[in-house]
Write a protein that binds this ligand. Structure first.
Ligand code: F6R
Length: 623
């Protein structure tokens, strides 16, 4: 969840590091810090460290008279161990070592006790400082008994020993005084990516590197990187043997990481939905309704899906809501039974596994700790796996057998928007294709490819109501509770609407299946409650409208999002926006847009920090 960046080259390290931190600030933003290795006026070659609570701009104000150094590391934090204070901010220095870290070291307390018994004292409450002290301790021991090995070799040995002792999923990036010019990184389950241009750059996120290079080196778990200004070397942590790592070309445009004049990344990303959906579908749509969709790995796709008898879709948060809609798609179009599981629950259960059980994981970042653990568990159980991920080169995309990438481009706003519509697009296309593969003669499937081909224009049309949706959102400010309601595929959309609203406005919202209202939540309804209702013209709309009568009878406010010619729905609503009638298969992609803008409109009205909501961070790499 934290962002880490390092640079070693011939330029001034500070602008590179600060720029990298700003690109990764969405990963965590409660404190930030920087360490340079350079010649200090009094002490000679040493670390120059500045840290600050809060945003990167607070750190920047402490860097005005920075040391001119050509090497440094930096960090933006989402606190796990220790409060978000300056003392707990990274980098942490210990003797020869200055270090930043991402993830969690599970046995930090035990290691700390051991080091304290050796006479080492600690400044912070972090697990990070424990690793820095451990590494320095091991390095100093090796240095004392050194029989002619280079400091670099000793650092590698110390890192090998420290990495074997420190348990958990994490990565570290550090500099050592005795090895000027070098950066060292260890991947123990949290991403590390590097590139070489005018110097070397190492980060937790590819977004931080795109402006320096497109040919990126992704470390694998258990690998060490040693980066010098003109070279990158990779080692296996277990035996320190050299490893060959080839680069991967990433086509994401660096400009996509800019706001492009929009007030927020979230706003920009909501407007990018039509274009990105077109990008995800590009080259995939079949020639006609009986031809296959075109996937990257058609033979493996065909092999794995032909033997699948049951699918479990596993994800967290917004991606979980996409999985819920995936269930409707697969059941309708492919007649494949689908279970949908929260990754954090699935991984700790003892699921009943059948022959032909296929596990699909969905993740924007491709790094979510619980989702990754669920994928690994499935692989250990010998199950076939597929993933739907947005970040190229991400761990989940690499570790699954089949990968169906969404092409939403970088999603920087913490609240996920365009990744969701793109996940739905892939799920819809995939279910239609599997229906064809399994010979399901379903009239329902017909027309899906045409509906997908028209989807970008349909989404553009929905976006033309963005001002009205935002106004609706702002109008919710006096209310105490917002219920989001829908049936069928609109039920997960209701859950997603409530999640968006909670995340960025901190107001109370709940998503409910309309039929569930009278089983409890109707008790909350009075004049201080609004129900935002998603009701496309489908075979369950009449039922939803009866449920709305119950809300109206108790003075709840009704905000309807339905089709433009549905007079009954319009009549029962206090406010109503009608969308053009859509093919059933693409209704979820269209109806989530009002939910996103309503939440955004309210958050803006309330003056919330929309791209960086409190307590949240993008890419949840801790459990
Ligand atoms: C909500 C949101 C989170 C993520 C969840 C999973 O707006 O962003 O709920 O959807 O943390 O993240 P990924 O998709 O990266 O696995």
């Amino acid at each position: 969840m934290c962002g880490i960046i390092g640079y070693s080259g011939s330029g001034d390290a500070v602008p590179v590091l600060v720029n990298g931190l700003k690109r990764m600030e969405y990963r965590g933003y409660d404190s930030a810090g920087i360490a340079l290795l350079g010649k200090l006026p009094k002490s000679g070659l040493d670390f120059w460290v500045r840290r600050a609570e809060g945003r990167v701009t607070n750190l920047e104000s402490k860097l005005k008279d920075h040391l001119l150094a050509h090497q440094g590391i930096a960090h933006t934090r989402w606190a796990t161990h220790g409060a978000p204070t300056e003392i707990n901010a990274h980098p942490h220095c210990a003797g020869s070592v200055s270090l930043v870290h991402n993830g969690i070291i599970e046995n930090h307390a035990e290691i700390k006790d051991r080091l304290i018994a050796e006479g080492i004292s600690f400044q912070s409450q972090t697990d990070t400082e424990v690793f820095a002290q451990l590494l320095n301790y091991e390095f100093s021991r090796l240095l004392k008994s050194n029989k002619g090995e280079s400091p670099r070799q000793l650092v590698l040995k110390a890192l090998q020993v420290s990495g074997a002792q420190a348990l958990g999923h994490y990565s570290v990036l550090f500099m050592v005084k005795e090895c000027p010019g070098s950066l060292f990184a260890l991947h123990m389950g949290a991403p590390v990516v590097a590139c070489k241009a005018e110097g070397v750059f190492v980060a937790s996120d590819l977004q931080a590197l795109l402006e320096y290079g497109r040919d990126l080196f992704f470390l694998k778990p258990g690998q060490i990187l040693v980066a010098h200004p003109d070279s990158l070397e990779f080692f296996k942590a277990s035996d320190l043997s050299l490893e060959d790592v080839s680069s991967e070309r990433i086509e994401w445009a660096a400009e996509k990481v800019e706001k492009d004049g929009y007030e927020h990344f979230m706003l920009k990303e909501m407007f990018e939905q039509p274009l990105t959906v077109a990008e995800t579908l590009s080259g995939r749509l079949p020639q006609d309704e009986d031809s296959p969709f075109l996937w990257d790995n058609p033979i493996a796709h065909q092999e794995i899906w032909s033997k699948s008898k049951r699918v479990t879709l596993v994800a967290c948060g917004t991606a979980y809501h996409a999985a819920m809609i995936g269930k409707y798609y697969f059941e309708k179009m492919a007649r494949v039974p689908v279970d949908v599981e929260l990754a954090s629950e699935f991984r700790y259960r003892d699921p009943v596994i059948d022959q032909g059980h296929l596990i699909g994981v969905i993740s924007q970042s491709g790094e979510t700790a619980d989702t990754l653990a669920a994928l690994r568990m499935a692989r250990e159980l010998g199950l076939d796996t597929f993933s739907i991920c947005n970040v190229p080169g991400s761990t989940i995309a690499r570790e699954s057998q089949l990968s169906y990438p969404t092409k939403a481009g970088p999603e920087i706003g913490v609240a996920s928007t365009k990744a969701f519509t793109n996940q739905l697009t892939i799920l819809c296309a995939l279910a239609a294709d599997i229906g064809r593969l399994k010979g399901v003669d379903s009239a329902r499937r017909k027309g899906v490819a045409q509906a997908l081909a028209r989807l970008p224009q349909d989404l553009e049309r929905v976006l033309s109501f963005s001002d009205e949706f935002m106004e609706m959102g702002a109008g919710l400010s006096p209310l105490k509770t917002i219920l989001f309601i829908g049936r069928g595929m609109m039920y997960p959309i209701a859950l997603e609407g409530a999640l968006k609203l909670k995340e960025i406005t901190y107001r109370h919202a709940e998503g409910y299946a309309a039929g569930e209202l009278k089983h409890g939540p109707i008790a909350m309804v009075d004049e201080k409650l609004a129900a935002v209702v998603f009701g496309p013209d489908d075979d369950v709309l009449a039922k939803t409208l009866s449920n709305l009568e119950e809300v109206r009878a108790r003075n709840g406010k009704i905000i309807g999002i339905g089709s433009d010619d549905n007079s009954a729905f319009k009549k029962i609503s206090d406010e109503y926006i009608g969308l053009k009638s859509l093919h059933w298969s693409v209704a979820p992609m269209a109806y989530v847009i009002p939910a996103q803008f309503i939440s955004y409109g309210l958050a803006k009205h309330l003056g919330c920090d929309i791209d960086k909501p409190r307590n949240l961070a993008k890419s949840v790499t801790v459990e």
